[in-house]
Design a protein around this ligand. Structure first.
Ligand SMILES: N[C@@H](CCC(=O)N[C@@H](CS)C(=O)NCC(=O)O)C(=O)O
Length: 217
């Protein structure tokens, strides 16, 4: 029985789950669900009508963090969450940080304004983007820079913490923004190294193709 992932690949929360599935080598089926235009009945998968949702047999789950932790418990191979209680909690901390502190700026401002507005035929709010890039994100990047241990955030190896943070940075890159190397060398290198992993490269290539198609560029 394969899990079924509901969502759209350009969502960073769906991306987090896709990356986890790919890095763990879990086969799954996908069902395209476009946010804000969810089909009737989608509430049975996610009552908030957000993406992602996931089903495994009779089980239905919503929210990327809940899904990621469920998948980790159900498919323990290629562990992406440490067993040690403290490291596990650190991993959860960075995942939460990415989902709730970075996302408002990387995704819900930069990506939404530069990409989603364009798709809707609207002008991006460049003032809001400027504020996100120059005021809101720098303190978060300073914090993340101070927390990096080598190439990883937790346990000196790849974990869900890295996946969650990089998922937000990918949305930021899709929006045409980067983490400048001069200001945040460790964070910039972390992101470069993360993208070089084969499973990540494949997903990123497919996302870029989708973006080109959507934007007609
Ligand atoms: N905390 C949630 C966030 C999910 C989320 O906000 N998804 C967005 C797309 S990136 C969505 O579905 N938005 C539609 C809506 O809020 O109605 C998670 O991690 O799954």
């Amino acid at each position: 029985m394969k899990p079924v992932l509901y969502g759209a690949p350009l969502s960073p929360f769906v991306r987090k789950v896709r990356l986890l599935l790919a890095l763990k080598g879990i086969e799954y089926d996908s069902k395209m669900i476009v946010p804000y235009a969810t089909p009737e009945g989608y509430e049975q998968f996610n009552p908030l009508k957000r993406i992602p949702a996931l089903t495994l047999g009779e089980h239905t789950l919503a929210d990327s963090a809940v899904i990621a932790h469920f998948l980790e418990a159900t498919y323990p191979d290629h562990a992406l969450i440490p067993d040690d209680f403290f490291l596990k909690a650190r991993c959860e901390w960075f995942e939460k940080y990415a989902d709730y502190e970075l996302a408002p700026h990387t995704t819900f401002t930069a990506f939404s304004q530069r990409i989603l507005s364009r798709i809707a035929g609207q002008q991006p709010d460049e003032e809001a983007i400027h504020k996100a890039v120059h005021d809101k994100l720098p303190p978060h990047f300073d914090y993340l820079e101070s927390q990096l241990q080598g190439n990883y955030f937790v346990a000196d190896r790849l974990t869900l913490a890295d996946i969650a943070i990089a998922s937000q940075l990918i949305s930021y890159e899709h929006a045409g923004e980067t983490v400048p190397e001069q200001e945040w060398p460790k964070l910039s290198l972390f992101y470069k190294n993360f993208k070089q992993k084969l499973a990540v490269e494949k997903i990123l290539t497919s996302e870029k193709a989708i973006l080109r198609k959507i934007l007609g560029s």
